[in-house]
Design a protein around this ligand. Structure first.
Ligand code: G3P
Length: 238
């Protein structure tokens, strides 16, 4: 499982990166704008915390393929090979993905709200596809169904056409990066639907492994221990 943190909040990244196994950090224009400071400094600060060997996803903001291509080239020139360019699944975005993927750029297709957008972005050369689970749920659709259907479509072709499987190996192994979560249940359902990557905001991330019965169990162990051994730890006793 690949866990990404969806934020540019430096304190949250420090806190969570120290504890949890992170693959990288994802951002979007709203997340960056919230920090109200220099874009380059924000991305460099993130790398300084998580390490240059991990990845950062930063979104292109241009509205034409031409501008997006220029932005993505600049992103790679500035931050190196471990930057993923998030590109929206608009007409211009798909056009830019086609051009950029031929040049070896690492692309995450974003703003995804349908399975067709996933398949199209994969064909256009994106490596990760980021469906917005909560935004889909919010309008009475189902974020998890988007993921499930995309995998279902690929499975059908995989079984029916060996030749096709060879040609489109990369597409068949598409990486769905579940995004836009508002609760742990959505993350869980998205993983169950087959997504091996998820990007999660700090507040939901810190609730991923929370369970009140775990806390209660530890409290009981601690109080039983203290009755006999006080504040001693195994370091004192071994
Ligand atoms: O990564 C996509 C995500 O940032 C959108 O999330 O919470 O604004 O719907 P949200």
């Amino acid at each position: 499982m690949e866990y990404f943190l969806d934020t540019a909040d430096i304190e949250a990244i420090k806190r969570i990166n120290e504890i949890f196994p992170l693959k990288g950090v994802t951002t979007n224009p709203s997340i960056i704008a919230k920090e109200k400071r220099d874009f380059k400094d924000i991305i460099n600060d993130i790398y300084n915390i998580i390490g240059k060997e991990k990845v950062v996803h930063a979104q292109a903001v241009g509205s034409t393929a031409d501008i997006i291509v220029k932005e993505v080239n600049l992103l790679r020139d500035t931050f190196g090979e471990n930057i993923y360019a998030k590109i929206p699944v608009t007409f211009e975005g798909i056009k830019a993905m086609k051009i950029l993927s031929k040049d070896g750029h690492k692309i995450t297709a974003t703003g995804i709200l349908s399975s067709q957008q996933i398949i199209m972005a994969a064909e256009a050369g994106a490596e990760y596809m980021a469906p917005y689970i909560n935004r889909s749920d919010n309008i009475g659709e189902s974020g998890v169904e988007i993921v499930r259907d995309a995998y279902k479509i690929l499975e059908m072709f995989k079984k029916s056409d060996e030749e096709c499987l060879k040609r489109y190996k990369r597409v068949f192994e598409l990486k769905i990066l579940g995004a836009s979560f508002k609760n742990v249940r959505q993350v869980h359902e998205t993983m169950l639907a087959g997504s091996k990557s998820v990007t999660i905001s700090p507040d939901v991330f810190e609730r991923l492994i929370y369970h009140p019965y775990t806390d209660w169990s530890m409290d009981t162990f601690n109080s039983d221990w203290e009755k006999i051994y006080g504040d001693k730890t195994l370091i004192d006793l071994l």
